[in-house]
Design a protein around this ligand. Sequence first.
Ligand code: PNS
Length: 164
Amino acid sequence: MRAICPGSFDPVTHGHLDIIERASQMFSEVVVAVGRNSAKNYLFTPDERAAMLTDATSGLANVRVELLDGLLVDFCRDRDIDVIVKGLRFASDFEFELQMAQMNFALSGIETIMLPTAAKWAHLSSTMIREVAKLGGDVAQFVTPEVAQRIRAKTSPPTEGGSA
Ligand code: PNS
């Protein structure tokens, strides 16, 4: 069976990677789809988010990364994807995910399965990581070294005397 892990991944965290890895053990193929949530302001471009995911999932042979434009259900139909996999951290995640799962099911009949996030990563959110990083905090423990490096490059103030 082919599964999809859709999300914004701005940036990918250890919590996302835990879900992707577990999905890769449950399904023969996993597509990680980098999408757009119109309610969000992003730090990284879709290409940057996909590049970070490709690097972070390079050890998982049955996982590939794609950009998602348009409706998730259309993307799934075009690629014969059978199931949507989402991670759940706490009750408020469930409320939103349930609504999306029901909408996607109504539109296309595709099923969504929700995996509980590993307790270790339950507190993680990309939004919070962006906030901490922008205010000068160290987020290295929450992401891969490559992602931490990219966050630093995006959020550190320009050095004095540096050119634009
Ligand atoms: O990480 P996020 O922000 O929770 O990811 C949300 C995402 C990108 C998976 C969701 O917004 C999505 O599926 N977007 C694609 C457009 C779509 O199909 N929207 C209707 C969803 S019911």
